[in-house]
Design a protein around this ligand. Sequence first.
Ligand code: HEC
Length: 170
Amino acid sequence: MRARGISIAIVGTLLLGEGWKQGMQHQDTREAIPLTAMQRDMLLGEMRGLLKGVNGILHGVASHDTAAMRAAAASAGMTAMMRGEGMGRMGAGRGTGAMPGRAMGGQGHGMGQAMPEAFRTLMHATRAGFDSLAAGIAAGAGSEAVVARLAALTNNCVSCHATYRLTVSP
Ligand code: HEC
């Protein structure tokens, strides 16, 4: 009786263990994008720049500072990225704009090629959205409109993050 209890316990543990392992394996079902460590660091640096842009826009809205709003939106835009001017990016301010510019724009070679087409399209739309937001602010868009546009723009962040994850391969 006792032996049976123990074997049930053992089988139970094994089953639970297996379930747990599978759970771990299947927890993150997002599409994996394999990158080198350097590409990953570059992409994540760009991402932090995007978050900084969102943060800067909201601070600008909160303090009714149109110039700050516009500058923050532009920093997350396509133009700033091409020039390597954006906030929080590798190479920013060091005249290495071509590298970040290629990072996700997919210009011929570099990381662009490592990214799925749909990823690049969404990234491009996001950057372009920040440029257009910056232009809207320059043209006098009010705080409410800016927040509404930013809210819509951050749908891109949410949907891309829900779809993709990064893995590092040498
Ligand atoms: C086209 C795809 C895409 C878009 C659009 C996108 N991201 Fe990301 N982002 C990623 C991926 C992929 C990762 C890595 C996630 C992972 O591996 O779990 C990431 C990671 C991040 C990180 C983590 C950075 C770090 O250092 O670990 C931040 C912050 C971030 N994104 C902010 C944003 C913000 C803010 C936006 C929108 C304004 C945005 N992202 C839009 C794909 C995207």
